[in-house]
Structure formats: structure tokens, C-alpha cells
Design a protein around this ligand. Structure first.
Ligand code: NAI
Length: 462
């Protein structure tokens, strides 16, 4: 058996990126993956396929709602669901094969099968035991359901089943108004499904800036999604083709039921570490089932590292990627670092929602002296031309130093716009720095500059 410098377990965005960076740094590297294709949840049943369906369904929405206004007349396209799923699968294929190509290019061995760690320095895949000076666990996460709910991935589905439904349901209940519930709920709503979202808390997207939450909910309601907030789901009774969801309203404890063809359970994800043998190795875990690591992604067992969804922090592909690169650098004797204060979050609905840094609620709670610069896309010419004027950019800056502390965008291309603020924050920029930077006209990004101007003497177009 080959002797490796590093074996990475898992080929999701954390694992495959770690493997590539290890190889680039001259380490002999292998990556263990049991799926038939590389890329983990994100590429196979997560980020990438959901974005394909979001894109396709958004085109339909535009055709139905905005084409005629621009003089593009004629019947709206009808949906060929089989073809839409084939398009999604093609996108998955292109991406997963892309990783396979990158592995070959970087001379990374793909060890096919499910890996376990019989002892430090060894990784078992099937009957073969491979030697590795360092092991990176990047085993990801899995959907976590609620007690009393049985997932069959047909009528009661997680995001995985929701990406391969045999037909577009007439009615869908989404449990959980988080990222998955709202992205996939949007897809089906645009395709004609009646979508009802049941959420435990009194607001959608927990943890997000309060003003954004309110605007976001209003816009989704305008698109047809319905919300029951402050409701705790008790159970789901499912037959072959129907499901009944029972929930209790928290305000008065009253019990209600709701029927649907499909129920999407989107109540969060939990770390996936089954079968790795971590218990026997004595690897320390948190109460939430996460692998405990130090600031260099080292576990308590020498030579074993962990990154991504299976450790602490937001379960985001890009957070895992950054940890993968930094962990590889640490193993190669360099100074790998992740700035956890500047990790953007994006929801790929329409409009998109994006954030980085602190929310206004967090700043208030911390007693920080801050100021707010806000600019509505109503004042942005490009957004108006593109029927995308809903939403705003909100920048939070320190009142004394003007340093940017956070930003929250709901609007067109928010997921891309947020990155200029991420870069600004990485460089410790002030709102004035952003405001003094020339932004091309007419672009959506002018709204970011205007929000930065609003932190000072005022926005121009508001
Ligand atoms: P989430 O944590 O974002 O949202 C789950 C929601 O379910 C919460 O609002 C919670 O209050 C609610 N909930 C929990 N128990 C409930 C009950 N009994 N009744 C009603 N509501 C209940 O989890 P989600 O959407 O499943 O996503 C999982 C992970 O995947 C997240 O960490 C998310 O960041 C990540 N993800 C990120 C994406 C992105 O970056 N665009 C896309 C998809 C997933």
C-alpha cells in the first residue's frame, strides 16, 4: 500500500479543496469517497443542483411576470419536468467530472469506498489499509429530521428527495423557514406548487438581520409562498401519496393539521461521522456531535484533523473550502488562517439575500456604538430596468471609526455584491473607503456605494 502524506476522508467542498491544496504544496495525497461521484453533498444533492432548479424556475417566473411588460409577447413556456431534471443532472455531471479532472491533474488518488480510521496514521477503505502521516476528516453533514417524522424521500423528503421528485406536487408543506426551505420552496412555488412554510420561530431565517427578515418574508409572500410562524411541528402522518402535518401554535398551544402531496423537512443538518471509528480512537466530540478541533483544525489525536460541516461553525460550503485550504497549509508547515468574522452567507432566492459580519441586533446586544447606511434598489437605475428594484443594501459601521462591521443585502445579485464588502472588511476598510471608490454606472453595485455614502453625508440618489 502507498504511504501518503495526507489522506482526506470525504470529497465535498472541504475535502476536495483540502486535497488539491495539499497536492499543490507537494504532499502525496489521496481522498476517500464512497459516492459514485466526487463533490459530496454540495455538488451531488445540494448547492449545485438546487441552483440549477432555481435558475430554471426563475426563467419561468420572468417569462410569466415580466416578459410582456417589455414587449416580449406570446405564451409562457410550459414545464417539461423530466427535461428540467435532466438539465440539473447534466450540471451535476459537469461539476463532479470537473473535480475528477482536477484530482488527475494534481495527481491525487481517489480511494473509492467508505473510509474509517482503525488507528492514527491508518485509513481503511474496503479491505485495504493505507498509511497516512496526516488524516483530514471532511465527512460533512446529513439532514436532521424531527422526532416522530419518518423520511421516505418520496412523500416526506429532505432536500435530497426534493431534488428528484417524480412530478411537480400540487401542494407542498415546508417544515423550517431556513435556507433550504426557502430556496426549494421558491423553486416549487415558481413551478406552480402551492407552498406553505411552517416555522417554529416568529420570524423566517433565524439569525438574520431583522429588517431583512421582514422584507424577505413580504417579498416571498408576494410571490405566493404562505407562512405559518410560531408553530412547532409535532409529527407527519404519511401514506403513499399524501401527508398530514400536525403542528401546535406556540402562542396558545392549539393543535392544527395541514395536508399536502409532499412534505419537505428542512429543519437543519447535523454532522455526519458515522462509521469513521472516532469513538474507538477517543476523538473528542461536542454535545452536538461535532468533532472538536483547535485553532489549527487538529483533533485531540495527533495527526488527525477535521474541517467543514463536521466541526463547529456555519454549515457552508465556502467555510469548509477555506478550512480545507488553511488546514492543508498548516500540515505543510505554513500559516493557514480563516477569518471567521468575514464569512458571507447567501440565500439564492429571488431576490437574493446576503450578509456578512454583524447584524444590527448583535451590535445592539453588544452595546456597540454604530451607524446605519441604507440604500433601496428603487434608487438604482439598473435594478429598475431589470424589474429587480425590490430590496436594499444596509451597511453597519462603527460610529467613531467608520470601520465596516457588517452588511446585509436583499436584492438583485446580492450574493455577488456582498463580496466587495467582504474584501473591504478583510482590509479593515471604513464606509468612507467604499464610498470614495468609483463604481461603474449603471450597475447594481452602485447601491453598495450609495449605502456606504449613507453612512456619511448621505446617499446621492435617495
Ligand atoms: P436552518 O438551520 O437554516 O433552518 C431550519 C429551520 O427549521 C429553522 O428556522 C428552525 O427554527 C426551523 N425548525 C426547527 N424545528 C422546527 C419544528 N419542529 N417546526 C417548525 N420549524 C422548525 O436549516 P436548513 O435550511 O435545513 O439548512 C441546513 C444547513 O444547510 C444550514 O446550516 C444552511 O446554512 C446550509 N445550507 C446553506 C445553503 C446556502 O448557503 N445557500 C443552502 C442550503 C443549505
Amino acid at each position: 500500500m502507498a504511504q501518503y502524506d495526507v489522506i482526506v476522508i470525504g470529497s465535498g467542498p472541504g475535502g476536495y479543496v483540502a486535497a488539491i491544496r495539499c497536492a499543490q504544496l507537494g504532499l502525496k495525497t489521496a481522498c476517500v469517497e464512497g459516492r459514485e461521484t466526487l463533490g459530496g453533498t454540495c455538488l451531488n444533492v445540494g448547492c449545485i443542483p438546487s441552483k440549477a432548479l432555481l435558475h430554471a424556475s426563475h426563467q419561468l417566473y420572468e417569462a410569466e411576470h415580466n416578459f410582456a411588460k417589455m414587449g416580449l409577447k406570446g405564451k409562457s413556456p410550459s414545464v417539461d419536468w423530466k427535461q428540467m431534471l435532466a438539465y440539473k443532472d447534466d450540471v451535476i455531471g459537469q461539476n463532479t467530472k470537473g473535480i475528477e479532472f482536477l484530482f488527475k491533474k494534481n495527481k491525487i488518488d481517489w480511494l473509492k469506498g467508505w473510509g474509517s480510521i482503525p488507528e492514527a496514521g491508518k485509513v481503511k477503505v474496503g479491505d485495504a489499509v493505507h498509511d497516512a502521516k496526516n488524516i483530514i476528516v471532511a465527512s460533512g453533514s446529513e439532514a436532521s429530521s424531527l422526532p416522530g417524522i419518518e423520511i421516505d424521500e418520496k412523500v416526506v423528503v429532505t432536500s435530497t428527495g426534493a431534488l428528484t421528485l417524480p412530478k411537480i406536487p400540487k401542494k407542498m408543506i415546508v417544515i423550517g423557514a431556513g435556507v433550504i426551505g426557502l430556496e426549494l420552496g421558491s423553486v416549487y412555488s415558481r413551478l406552480g406548487t402551492e407552498v406553505e412554510v411552517i416555522e417554529f420561530l416568529d420570524a423566517i431565517t433565524p439569525g438574520m438581520d431583522g429588517e431583512v427578515q421582514k422584507t424577505f418574508q413580504k417579498l416571498l409572500q408576494k410571490q405566493g409562498l404562505k407562512f405559518t410562524l410560531g408553530a412547532a411541528v409535532q409529527g407527519v402522518d404519511a401514506s403513499k401519496s399524501k401527508a398530514k402535518v400536525t403542528y401546535k401554535l406556540r402562542k396558545d398551544d392549539s393543535e392544527h393539521t395541514m395536508d399536502a402531496d409532499v412534505v419537505l423537512v428542512a429543519t437543519g443538518r447535523r454532522p455526519y461521522t458515522d462509521g469513521l471509528g472516532l469513538d474507538a480512537l477517543g476523538i473528542e466530540m461536542s454535545q452536538r456531535g461535532q468533532i472538536k478541533t483547535n485553532a489549527h483544525w487538529q483533533t485531540n489525536v495527533k495527526g488527525i484533523y477535521a474541517i467543514g460541516d463536521c466541526i463547529d461553525g456555519p454549515m457552508l460550503a465556502h467555510k469548509a473550502e477555506d478550512e480545507g485550504m488553511a488546514c492543508a497549509e498548516v500540515i505543510a508547515g505554513k500559516a493557514g488562517h480563516v477569518n471567521y468574522g468575514v464569512i458571507p452567507g447567501v440565500i439564492y432566492t429571488h431576490p437574493e439575500v446576503a450578509n456578512v459580519g454583524q447584524t444590527e441586533e448583535q451590535l445592539k446586544e453588544a452595546g456597540r456604538n454604530y451607524k446605519v447606511g441604507k440604500f433601496s434598489f428603487m434608487g438604482n437605475g439598473r435594478a429598475k430596468a431589470n424589474f429587480a428594484a425590490d430590496g436594499f443594501v444596509k451597511i453597519l459601521a462603527d460610529k467613531d471609526t467608520d470601520r465596516i462591521l457588517g452588511a446585509h443585502i436583499i436584492g438583485p445579485m446580492a450574493g455577488d455584491l456582498i463580496h466587495e464588502i467582504c474584501v473591504a472588511m478583510e482590509f479593515g476598510a471604513s464606509a468612507e473607503d467604499l464610498a470614495l471608490t468609483c463604481h461603474a454606472h449603471p450597475t447594481y453595485s452602485e447601491a453598495v456605494r450609495e449605502a456606504a455614502l449613507a453612512c456619511g453625508d448621505g446617499a446621492i440618489h435617495m
